[in-house]
Design a protein around this ligand. Sequence first.
Ligand code: NAD
Length: 483
Amino acid sequence: MQLQPTASHFINGAYVEDTAGAPIEIIYPATGEVIGTVHAATPAIVDQALESAKVGQKVWAAMTGRERGRIMSRAAAMIMERNHELSVLETYDTGKPYQETIAVDATSGADALEYFGGLAGSLTGEHIPLGEDWVYTVREPLGVCVGIGAWNYPTQIACWKGAPALACGNAMVFKPSETTPMCALKVAEILHEAGVPAGVYNVIQGMGEVGAALVNDTRVDKVSLTGSVSTGKKVYAAAASHMKHVTMELGGKSPLIIFDDADVENAVGGAILGNFYSSGQVCSNGTRVFVQKGIKEKFLARLAERLDTAVIGDPLDEATSFGPMVSKRQMDIVLGYMAKGQEEGARLVYGGKRLERDGFYLEPTVFADVTDDMTIAREEIFGPVMSVLDFDTEEEVIARANDTEYGLSAGVFTSDLSRGHRVIGQLEAGSCFINSYNDAPVEAPFGGVKNSGVGRENSKEAINHYSQVKSVYVRMGDVEAPY
Ligand code: NAD
């Protein structure tokens, strides 16, 4: 099987190759086969992308918001028409089951383009009357924005960053994760076909060094990263030294709290969605599942029954509901955590092993009797490993849930809605759920607090992170100066 992209980069409205850059193999996670190769951007490619973005941004910003929005809406419709093809590509890039990719990847990219395309014509300033004088404000683009992606949602991340950036009249240079280089190229191709002018949305490949070269370039006005906390700290520091705007969507170790009075079936469903979707490779996952003691055994028994019905296999088979890890490296990291859980005394109640087949498959894994100090309860694993922790009281569980450096998400399952709101109100997290988990509609702000990040993606909030406000004081009378 070969899925060689047309070329490694998409710059100034066209595919561009430069084989002088280090080769990056594209590996299909379900088999371990090399299905293509791209080349990391050389300094010449980085330069070409930034120059074309600078020129393209001026053309794009000179159009009206409604014209920009119409093009973005057209791109959203094209993505929906090509959903099957894009979902198969996403499955090859990430290994995620087609059953998932057809429902949430290209479709959520289209949602972002449609939503922000719809907003583009309404991005206005305000009029502030001051007696006979007044101030008016203008919402202006930032200029050239850089997007740097993680490997778990390559199409979605390329669109979640691109759509608000473009709606506000910016240009973007996007660097996908080196693990999943293919999908963002298709996004660029479709945007261009829909009518986005050359240079407005560019994609270049590479490892961390290419990301760092972009972040440190003075032609760049804003950086939006989706990645780990350690990368986030480096990128934030580099951006700060140039006073660039940032959005940081980083990792998490989110609490999912299940009270005795919760509907067990729904709570198990939420815990499955919050731990095993995308084989657990989701930043907002609720991987610390706090279960109140009275419901614990019932919860664990029903969880195991439902996990038995997961269909693990070829991700391109529509029946498959659980696929491989994205890479051997990620699989090995997760196997390390599975071993650590057992060494530190957690009770393995489900899974715990690599599957004996080609590709990077792990079993969905559940540990019970996990305590707060165990490594699997403290560190982000980014794989299909659920830690179940017991608790007695509301007060106790809130304190324990907040005892983490992270603050991306949090969820509560209870049939007492007052308690649901009371508990969520005290949890230190940016994206929260009551009697649900991991929904991410484009209309809702998404992002974390504490070490999980800065800024918000999606919703009208994102507009504030891709634009700046100019204020203009207008005097109608004479200027009174003291001398
Ligand atoms: P990573 O931090 O290793 O890499 C992320 C991206 O940053 C990659 O494109 C990488 O090439 C680039 N990069 C690495 N070093 C860099 C540097 N010094 N300067 C600039 N760019 C650099 O993360 P990953 O392994 O690709 O993804 C997994 C992590 O991403 C997890 O921690 C996960 O929680 C997080 N994540 C967060 C969200 C969110 O929205 N909050 C979503 C998905 C993933």
